[in-house]
Design a protein around this ligand. Sequence first.
Ligand code: MN
Length: 245
Amino acid sequence: MLSRRHLLALAPAAATGLFLSRADRPVSGLVAELAAQTPPAGPFSLPPLPYAVDALEPHVDAQTMTIHHDRHHQGYVTNLNAAVANRPDLRTRTLEDLIANLDRLPDDVRTAIRNNGGGHLNHSWFWTSMKKGGGRPPSAELGRAIDAGFGSLAQLQERLAVAAVGVFGSGWAWLSVDATGALVVETTPNQDNPLTRGHRPVLGIDVWEHAYYLKYQNRRRDYVDAFFNVVDWDIVQERWQATRT
Ligand code: MN
C-alpha cells in the first residue's frame, strides 16, 4: 500500500517526474485517481485456457502461451471493454455480431472494436483450436470436404502454411467457409476476422510475432508446421458442421 510518506520518499529519486507530480497531492486523491484508471470489468472477459500452459509443449512453449494469453489476449479484452464502457447499445451485443457488422458501428468506436474485439474473438477461438495430442486427422465427413477442396489434408496444411508465411507483418491465416459454402484458405491483416467479409472461419493461425518469436524467432514456417501437431480437428469439424445448418 502506497502511503504519502512513501511517495514523498520516492519523489527525489523519480526520474520520470511521475511521483513528483503525485506526491504533493493528498493520498485520498491519489487513490481516487488510481481507481478511475481501473479498466471496466465487463461485459467481456478473458476465457481461461482450456489446458495447462505447458500442455502443448514442445510445439507451443509455456512462456509464449503464458504471455500470449495472460497479457496479449487480456489486453484486447481490457481495451474492448473500455471501448464499449459508455455504449449500452453495444455492451449487450455478442462479439460475433459486433465483428460481423463492423461497418454499421459508430465511427468513434469502430476501429477500437475492430482491433480489440477482433483480437478477443480470434484468440478465444485460437486457444480452443488446439489441444494436447492434437493433429489427428479430421473425421470422415470433413476429411472428404478437405480432399474435395484441396486434394488432401497434407495439401490443405501446405496451403495454410504458405498463406501464413505470406502474411506481411501481423495477421492471421484461416480455413473458412465462404458465402457459397466452400472451404477456402485466406488471410486477414492485424486482428481482422473473416466474419467481417461474410465468411465463417473454422480454423485460424495467429502469425503475429508474439505468437512464436520467443521459441521460433524469425522461423514462422517452423511455428506453423508445429501448430499442425496440436490442431484439434474435432473442434474444426464442429465449427464446419455449424456452418451447414
Ligand atoms: Mn496473438
